[in-house]
Design a protein around this ligand. Structure first.
Ligand code: HEC
Length: 144
């Protein structure tokens, strides 16, 4: 009984660690080319992600924006960390729901210290797919 419990806890921990590794690998593969390896961003092109997103993750509208951005991409001028950007974030609709949750989990958890309950869920991703907004309308979600 006790052994089963310990095994269960070990399994749960390794599943969480595994999701984290998967998120890191997905980030390296799909996002780092523009946002840099540790989410530092590229001045004048792609905003810094590390340390800039925790406030957005605190609200439901903020999380809806982050899920939508990853599914649909975004276009239009933004100010992030006091710097102006005006380029295009591509859509990642081709990733599975589970992959989007994992990569967003990495960005929010590892790069922004956001607790698990404030990260993007499969429900957030499903809602974003259903809304299917064009990139310029995603930009409007950022101001809400
Ligand atoms: C081709 C370059 C490129 C790639 C690849 C890319 N992004 Fe972006 N990303 C951008 C640009 C450019 C913006 C700003 C768009 C704008 O100015 O409207 C942006 C914006 C963002 C924002 C919004 C930040 C804010 O302050 O609102 C997040 C979050 C983000 N990207 C996450 C990701 C994630 C996660 C991935 C990988 C799945 C990714 N990006 C891949 C270029 C890219």
């Amino acid at each position: 009984m006790r052994r089963a419990l310990v095994l269960g806890i070990a399994l749960a921990a390794s599943t969480a660690a595994c999701a984290q590794d998967r998120g890191a690998a997905l980030f390296a593969e799909h996002c780092a080319v523009c946002h840099e390896k540790k989410g530092e961003g590229i001045p004048g092109f792609a905003p810094r992600l590390a340390g800039n997103l925790a406030d957005r993750a605190k609200t439901e509208t903020g999380r809806a924006y982050l899920a939508q951005l990853t599914v649909s991409g975004m276009m239009g001028p933004i100010v992030s960390g006091g710097e102006r950007f005006n380029d295009a974030m591509p859509s990642f609709a081709a990733l599975s729901d589970e992959q989007i949750v994992a990569v967003a989990g990495y960005v929010l958890g590892e790069l922004n210290g956001v607790p698990a309950e404030q990260r993007i869920t499969p429900q957030d991703v499903a809602a974003a797919r259903k809304r299917a907004l064009p990139p310029n309308e995603v930009r409007r979600m950022r101001d809400r």
